[in-house]
Write a protein that binds this ligand. Sequence first.
Ligand SMILES: *Cc1c(COP(=O)(O)O)cnc(C)c1O
Length: 344
Amino acid sequence: MNIQDLIRPTIKALKPYSSARDEFQGNSDAMVFLDANENPFENGVNRYPDPQQRTVKSLLSKIKEIPQENILLGNGSDEVLDLIFRAFCEPNQDNIITLPPTYGMYSVLANINAIAIKSVQLDDRFQPKVDAILKIADSNSKLLFLCSPNNPTGNSFEAKSIERLIKEFKGIVVIDEAYIDFSNEESWASRLNEFPNLIVTQTLSKAYGMAGIRLGICYASSEIISVLNRIKPPYNVNELTQQKAISQLEKNEITKQQVSNILKERNVLVSKLKDVNYISKVYPSDANFVLAKVDDATKRYNQLIEKGIVIRNRTTQPRCENCLRFTIGTSEENKILIDTLNSI
Ligand SMILES: *Cc1c(COP(=O)(O)O)cnc(C)c1O
């Protein structure tokens, strides 16, 4: 597969903006910087941030064992996903494939970018229907979104299905691994060398505890990364975000402890949810949330709101009738949830 054939002609012809910090990178202590019209008085943020976020990437590269040239960072996964649309999807011409029930942003971004959406519902085990997906794809199907572990169902997709889709789909396969750190599955980012049409996205918003700084990660071949680099806003990840990401990633042990605590809490919550008399099913989860089927999702949702507990009502999603999604909180929060569920 030739990736160049998938890139929009406009993007291939683009001459990117070259920022002052792109043109010259030096040792900031030894140099006098009079190139970017910044205010020279130091306050920690008076300089433009590194457009290539090299320190953040080097830490991520070590933690995830992925070379830096295969990493692009964005203002949340949302920006990363939007860049992927703008690189590959021609407005009013191309389409994407999504597998509902899944994360809502894929179709929102498609709509913003005037890209048609083809959807193939997951099967009754919430797994992709590989044959149906390959059959619905046409020559304008540029992106296939696989969210694994999937939001809101919580399960991971079977590796053999994912592999067949990557090999047989004739566009880019985007695997959204926002919840990978809560699962035992290996990240597909370790197999980028095998699949030129693979993009893997992750985020610091969930396991890493930094939803507030907005930092999304994209792993892909250096060929795809360089295309996305051409179209990203030059300073898309701000200085405060980079600083906070660096200090937290240096304390990666804390993240690991928190994840293992959340997984322990998930087990407790799952078993207690099963004992709630109006919950008929608790779906298995590889993520930091669980989906459960209740008697009347909207009624239970409203009752919880009245008691001051906010969860997600997913009842309008396909195959999720009367389903509620619960994020795993601290042990105290989960106890309040269970006590409240049992009292209503
Ligand atoms: C939460 C979530 C994200 C994270 O998005 P950010 O913009 O990085 O916060 C991405 N994908 C899925 C499926 C999610 O649930």
